[in-house]
Design a protein around this ligand. Structure first.
Ligand SMILES: [Fe+2]
Length: 293
């Protein structure tokens, strides 16, 4: 077939996918072609605008590194990450709600003993984080892996601070026999997502601010359960209603309570006021593997 025009090109491209052997890949690519073409028709896209988009995506790729993931930011700020999360992780009784992974997770966080301090010597208000991990039926989960990471009291993650040579404000813990975990850190601050790249250009061009409300990230896994990726947001933070990446859910907001000097729950004597974050997480039991896999 030749002589493709605005009206027959879409069917021709879809037809070219006919021999794709993986049925799921064929379904995804067919849908992608239909929607991309529909987008170009709907927006009446000019060649100059299409070229700009190619350049924008090229620059988005070029600014990525092992410490910066601009494509995740782009997905997050367009609401696509939360849409995929909503589709793939629907709410379920007894299970904690999920939210975006974000661009600051690293796979190499140190594994630490319960009660450790992950602040890495950074200054800030002491924060005691504690909670439990249970299955959605209420059974406590021992030996669950609790991966956590958050910003400092100026709103920066360790990977954004060139003065730090080791990990800070991140760590990996295992729950005890009763499904409990606890550790010390400092209170995180709200922060702007990195806005000196293509995503920042988009935010400025659309009169959007880049801020996220203060939160602590968690990735929690346990055998026989879906891995939970979520945050707990501080109830007194600004931007809870205008998170730049659309990640806030009411059930994920908690008071980081103000506590007086004295003996902390883990027996530590603390001579200054401190804050306490408690959250009990529920993990969804894993779905049975799909029959065709
Ligand atoms: Fe974050």
């Amino acid at each position: 077939m030749r002589d493709f025009d605005e009206h027959n090109i879409t069917a021709a491209v879809v037809e070219r996918l006919a021999d794709t052997s993986d049925p799921r890949l064929k379904q995804i690519l067919t849908s992608l072609v239909h929607h991309l073409h529909a987008f170009a028709r709907d927006a009446r896209l000019s060649f100059t605008e299409w070229s700009y988009a190619i350049d924008f995506l090229t620059r988005t790729g070029h600014i990525c590194s092992d410490k910066r993931q601009e494509f995740i930011l782009l997905s997050d700020t367009l609401g696509l990450s939360m849409l995929v999360d909503a589709i793939d992780h629907p709410a379920s009784a007894g299970a904690t709600e999920s939210t975006v992974l974000g661009p600051f997770y690293v796979t190499s966080a140190p594994e630490l003993r319960l009660g450790s301090d992950i602040s890495g010597g950074l200054r800030g208000e002491p924060l005691y984080v504690e909670g439990t991990v249970s299955s959605s039926d209420g059974r406590p989960l021992a030996d669950a892996v609790v991966d956590t990471w958050h910003s400092d009291d100026e709103g920066f993650y360790d990977v954004q601070r060139p003065d730090l040579s080791t990990a800070a404000l991140r760590g990996r813990f295992r729950t005890d026999a009763n499904g409990r975990f606890y550790f010390w850190s400092i209170v995180p601050r709200f922060y702007p997502i990195p806005d000196d790249g293509p995503v920042g250009e988009m935010l400025k061009a659309t009169a959007r601010h880049p801020f996220r409300p203060a939160h602590v990230h968690f990735m929690i896994s346990s055998r026989g359960h879906d891995t939970l990726v979520t945050h707990v947001f501080s109830a007194d933070s600004p931007y809870l209603d205008s998170d730049a990446v659309f990640g806030v859910k009411n059930d994920l907001i908690r008071e980081f309570t103000h506590e007086p000097p004295g003996t902390a729950p883990d027996g530590k004597i603390i001579e200054q006021p401190w804050r306490r974050l408690s959250y009990d997480f529920g993990l969804k039991q894993a779905r049975a593997p799909a029959a065709h896999r």
